[in-house]
Ligand binder design. Structure first.
Ligand SMILES: *Cc1c(COP(=O)(O)O)cnc(C)c1O
Length: 394
């Protein structure tokens, strides 16, 4: 099997598995208990907090453990909205190609009376900092934007947007789920106030993540109950999962540059190979993108059929989050960068893992070429395009 869907989830690292198992076997006490067995779990928890904090340039008290990226996004946005409401500020700025954890939270807030501006994403898959500056109003309480897009991998100008938010005194939340552990992220350098991350996107376990909240920002609880996590999230902490997340992140951070170099070489090879397919196009800027992300559109085919046939060949890929979830709508991300419906339907995301080999990349190129040609051979849309009854877009 060739696993090329690392943007959906990653395989747990050996270090993460080992940490998790040993804690489940040995240090399984409740970190809120006062006897030594509980306090040992508490120490593990606090060490994990310090480790995670140091990777993103935060202090441990600014890290709150959550059940993953979605919860962190929800809590960050709801907290900023509550702080805004208290000052009569009810305007939020974001972009059209955010993850649904952000977009759906924003729609819920709109129903509660907030005004939301979703800025356009340009054809290159990037937002423009000046447009954020222009969109900020007197009543803007939050700017929320993703560090790197989960479908097309484009890396946003976070530092520039952060500087604008700081200057305008507006809270800045970054969904960094795709970035943390893969590219350098530092909350100080980027002037980030709130940041979401998820363990299973960097070789940690599923169901664990963290929210960074700059010192002094009052969080709104999503889950009420006990006083865990300094009263900001109730519930006995998932100590094995949290420690495994810290182990995975520490390891990813230690090898980040070397992994990125290698992945960029593989990505370049894969892009060059897929470009040989006629009437195809890379989605998103070629250089401002995550080291392992490749996303293409092929005219005249359906992404879903492409995926199923690649699966038969032992290749795990994705066609964009909306399609895979069984919805008939093409990806909101591809529509946001201006791909028309027909073209957006023929998309393929290959997100490479750090251990991908050149041979695997070549296998992927050959398989995609073969499957695209096969699907086109009986596609009515392709026949119309070839007969000149329809114009090619790509
Ligand atoms: C995966 C992902 C999320 C959701 O994280 P979960 O831990 O799966 O809840 C949020 N945002 C982005 C950009 C993601 O890629």
């Amino acid at each position: 099997m060739i696993y090329a869907d690392n943007a959906a989830t990653t395989k747990m690292s050996d270090a993460a598995i080992h940490t998790m198992v040993s804690l489940m076997e040995e240090t399984w006490g409740n970190p809120s208990s006062l006897y030594a067995h509980g306090q040992r779990a508490k120490e593990v928890l606090e060490q994990a907090r310090a480790d995670v904090a140091s990777v993103i340039g935060a202090s441990p008290r600014e890290i709150l453990f959550t059940s993953g990226g979605s919860e962190a996004d929800n809590q960050a946005i709801r907290s900023a909205a509550a702080l805004g409401l208290a000052k009569g500020k009810k305007h939020i700025i974001s972009s059209a190609f955010e993850h649904h954890a952000v977009l759906h939270t924003l729609s819920a807030l709109e129903k509660e009376g907030f005004a939301v501006t979703l800025l356009d994403v340009h054809e290159d898959g990037l937002v423009r900092p000046e447009e954020f500056r222009d969109a900020i109003r007197e009543d803007t309480c939050l700017v929320t934007i993703m560090y790197a897009n989960n479908e097309i991998g484009t890396i946003q100008p976070i530092r520039e947007i952060g500087a604008i938010c700081r200057e305008k005194n507006v809270l800045f939340h970054v969904d960094a789920v795709q970035a943390v552990g893969h590219i350098p992220v530092n909350v100080e350098n980027d002037s980030i106030d709130l940041l979401s991350a998820s363990a299973h996107k960097f070789h940690g376990p599923k169901g664990v993540g963290f929210l960074y909240a700059r010192k002094g920002i009052r969080l709104k609880n999503l889950i009420e109950g006990g006083a865990q996590e300094a009263g900001r999230r109730a519930g006995t902490e998932n100590v094995p999962g949290i420690a495994a997340m810290a182990a995975a992140l520490t390891e990813s951070a230690a090898h980040m540059a070397e992994h990125a170099d290698r992945l960029i070489k593989m990505r370049t090879r894969l892009i060059a190979g897929l470009r040989e397919i006629p009437h195809s196009a890379l989605n998103g800027d070629e250089t401002h993108r995550l080291p392992g992300n490749v996303n293409f559109c092929f005219e005249g085919i359906e992404g879903e059929s492409l995926l199923l046939l690649l699966d038969d060949k032992g290749i795990c890929a994705s066609s964009g989050s909306a399609c895979t979830s069984g919805s008939l709508d093409p990806s909101h991300v591809l529509l946001a960068i201006g791909r028309i419906h027909d073209v957006a339907h023929g998309s393929l995301r290959l997100s490479l893992g750090e251990d991908v080999t050149e041979e695997e990349v070549d296998t992927m190129i050959a398989s995609v070429k073969e499957v695209v040609a096969y699907l086109r051979s009986f596609s009515p849309v392709w026949r119309d395009l070839m007969a000149g009854r329809k114009d090619f877009i790509l």
